[in-house]
Write a protein that binds this ligand. Structure first.
Ligand code: ZN
Ligand code: ZN
Ligand code: FE
Length: 747
């Protein structure tokens, strides 16, 4: 038995949708309910998983004629035992906001139109209809109609107006519609040379074919495109973008070409073709040479995406081969979205600019998803998902949550929903701070939202925390790992109390030390630190995030082990390095699980420096020899909080390394040991529900291993689906805690 919650968005109210859902549910013998929410129709139903999947499919395929389904978000939940199927009373009326939709990938009908020489939109890059096209990235105000979008400068021509006003037309009341006579125009700029109209994308295609890098203005910003088959082109892009090894996403011309390069399940195929059109992380087919290794160096996975805007379709059809499609920015800055801005910021990166005159109201990167435990796990929530609200089972006070520091998002919570902003990025540069401030203002304005509370991290120095302080509202501080757990509770309607396993990089704890390997019991009163990993010094503090070798140094120092084996890892100065962990000032103590992974990756010899956050931990995961079932031991202390001591684990790993064991075997025993540790702590806590969250649980092997053990032992296990386990999910957790009036700190 499972429970499925479907949030159905689009023109689905006042068109007989609820009676239709009721009828289908009764036919299938489902238990549950349907209601009209503030944003669309919400359905919850309980049955076998296969029956629920069939139900969801039928709702989309057999929908009432007048209904237009723009987006569906589904979450799999634990069943609660509904007694029948009912149409529930609508949520209390409020300002209708059902029009707030994410950007939708080009629909098959529009695609057919631009491909047909007999149609007036043949080859037109801004073709869209009620079912597809830009939404969130073009809205400038309320109510949602054309003057309040970035299409306001393009008055409809008589042909388009006729479509817009005809209830029988696919473009009836579709705000962003356009055609070559009245809509946005496209041009290509290369060294001061300008090519206009359809010749511009044809020219862009020949530049890409010749190995050049072209910046293409899309839906939520500029993407940088180059030939993904060419090692030379990809290496040049890496060098110019100053991005050494972090994987690039690859846009494929079609599904078949994705299949040539990667393993694709049926589920993943559906996601690639979904209106959200996210980047889907797939396993590469070994030996497939269609994508240069430089696209994702040393990585067994590849982020694949299909064309989602007419311009992409036109370009990709002209090319017929995969291209790198990465955000138009320098390393961790926000994606560039305006023409002059892009030309300034991407100067020296792009050889040419394919641009248009439809302004982008707000930036949105491509979203990233992956399969995890048979469900879709969102790793980055942006274009295609934002601003779809998460429905909460409980009413929230109006709260604005400012998120954390890395992978920042902000969130609005009120009534029974949380709206999470698009991914805003690390709040490290002036550009990302600007994007952060703009997003806060922008979201509040779009929803006419007046927060009564501000929620933020406990860390006083985060820019997000300072922003919360500056708003003149009561501020609720929510401890970082508590927010991780609460985000998952909000997403999946987990009743307290729950044991939250929150493992990540670093977050400030209530005792002033840096946490990151936490087991928190969360209930209405707040949280209790039930257990945590043994702490160790982090030599050089933040520098250790970039250098796994420093984590190894901290671990061995803590154990009083011989440090000699690390000497060769610090050629710049071993004496200074070895003294570092002794300084309490320069080497703060942490219980971080992420840093434990980094340290292990260093000791195994996989990586000594990270060129992006989490790279070493990722290498450790990717190296796992899945056939290895052994597990290193971890010792649990008596007393509270329980200290999970990784000393036996690290010592056993070192013995294996010294014995010449393969890194994949060491890595598997390490992962298996941690999964058993989680089970052991869950047994001690004795709570039925266990929630796995935090950036470490982006690790698919650990998540599946731990969840498997817990489920076998009879626990209910929760892992993320709609919110990222990383810090992108923090704002929703903060909103949930503060909006419910829970305590953000230790009970
Ligand atoms: Zn369409
Ligand atoms: Zn027109
Ligand atoms: Fe975190």
């Amino acid at each position: 038995m499972r429970r499925l919650r479907l949030s159905i968005f689009g023109a689905v109210q006042g068109v007989g949708f609820r009676p239709f859902v009721y009828r289908v549910a009764r036919e299938l013998g489902l238990k549950g309910w349907v209601l009209n929410g503030a944003f669309g129709v919400v359905v919850e139903a309980e049955a076998d998983e296969s029956v629920l999947s069939a139900f969801a499919q039928r709702l989309i395929q057999e929908k009432p004629k007048a209904a237009v389904i723009a987006a569906v978000e589904s979450v799999w939940l634990e069943p609660t035992g509904f007694s029948g199927f009912e149409i529930r009373a609508s949520d209390r009326a409020e300002k209708p906001s059902a029009w707030m939709l994410p950007d939708l990938a080009t629909c098959p009908e529009c695609l057919a139109e631009i491909s047909d020489p007999g149609q007036r939109r043949h080859g037109y890059a801004f073709t869209n209809c009620t079912l597809c096209g830009p939404r969130f990235t073009i809205v400038t105000g309320i109510p949602y109609d054309r003057p309040n979008t970035t299409m306001s400068g393009f008055p409809l021509c008589p042909d388009c107006r006729a479509e817009y006003e005809n209830p029988a037309d696919r473009r009836f009341h579709a705000q962003p519609i356009a055609c070559p006579a009245c809509g946005p125009r496209l041009w290509l700029e290369e060294d001061g040379k300008k090519t206009e109209g359809n010749a511009s994308w044809a020219e862009a295609a020949s530049l890409i074919r010749a190995g050049k890098i072209v910046a293409v203005k899309g839906i939520g910003g500029f993407l940088l495109l180059c030939d993904a088959r060419s090692s030379e082109a990809v290496a040049r892009l890496r060098q110019r973008k100053r991005r050494n090894e972090k994987p690039f996403a690859v846009m494929f011309p079609d599904l078949d070409s994705v299949r040539e390069a990667c393993e694709v399940s049926e589920l993943e195929e559906a996601w690639l073709q979904d209106a959200a059109a996210p980047i889907v992380l797939l396993r590469r087919k070994p030996g497939s040479g269609t994508v240069a290794p430089e696209a994702a160096p040393g990585n067994p996975q590849l982020g694949a995406i299909l064309p989602y805007a007419p311009l992409h379709h036109l370009l990709m059809r002209a090319l017929g081969f995969p291209v790198i499609a990465t955000s138009g920015n320098l390393s961790e800055e926000p994606i560039a979205k305006d023409n002059p801005e892009a030309q300034a910021r991407l100067k020296g990166i792009a050889d040419a600019f394919l641009m248009h005159d439809r302004p982008i109201a707000r930036h949105a990167d491509d979203s990233i998803v992956r399969a995890s435990r048979g469900r879709q796990l969102v790793l980055r929530r942006a274009r295609g998902f934002a601003p779809l609200p998460l429905r909460t089972a409980r009413e929230l006070k109006p709260v604005l949550a400012l998120g954390a520091h890395l992978k920042n998002t902000v969130a609005l919570g009120w009534r029974r929903q949380i709206v999470v902003s698009q991914h805003l990025g690390d709040l490290e540069t002036a550009a990302s701070l600007e994007a952060f401030r703009a997003a806060v203002k922008d979201l509040c304005r779009l929803y006419g939202f007046k927060p009564e509370l501000a929620a933020c991290d406990l860390h006083p120095d985060y820019a997000s925390s300072r922003h919360a302080e500056s708003m003149g509202l009561p501020v609720v501080r929510v401890q970082h790992h508590h927010a991780h757990v609460a985000g998952l509770m909000a997403e999946q309607d987990i009743a307290p109390p729950v044991l939250g396993v929150a493992w990540d990089g670093l977050g400030l704890g209530t005792d002033g030390t840096i946490w990151g390997g936490e087991f928190l019991v969360v209930d209405e009163k707040g949280f209790r630190r039930f257990a945590h990993l043994r702490t160790f010094p982090l030599p050089g503090g933040d520098a250790a995030i970039r250098e796994p070798r420093r984590c190894a140094l901290g671990l061995l120092h803590e154990l009083g082990a011989d440090l000699g084996r690390l000497e060769a890892l610090f050629p710049e100065g071993w004496e200074a390095a070895r003294a570092l962990p002794k300084s309490a000032l320069l080497s703060p103590r942490t219980s971080s699980a992420g840093r434990l992974f980094d340290g292990l990756a260093s000791l195994v010899g996989l990586r000594q420096k990270n060129s992006f956050e989490g790279q070493a931990a990722m290498a450790l995961e990717h190296g796992v020899d899945a056939a290895e079932l052994g597990a290193y031991p971890v010792a649990l202390s008596a007393g509270t909080p329980i200290v999970a001591d990784w000393e036996p684990l690290v010592r056993a790993a070192l013995e294996d390394v010294d014995r010449g064991a393969a890194p994949g075997v060491v890595s598997a025993r390490f992962h298996n040991g941690l999964a058993r540790l989680i089970l052991e702590v869950a047994r001690r806590a004795g709570l039925e529900r266990v929630a796995l969250t935090g950036g470490v649980f982006q690790n698919a092997y650990l998540s599946e291993k731990a969840a498997g053990l817990l489920e076998e032992a009879g626990f209910q296990v929760f892992t993320h689906q709609r919110l990222p386990p990383n810090d992108g999910g923090i704002s929703a957790g903060q909103a949930f805690v503060a909006g419910l009036g829970w305590h953000g700190l230790e009970a």
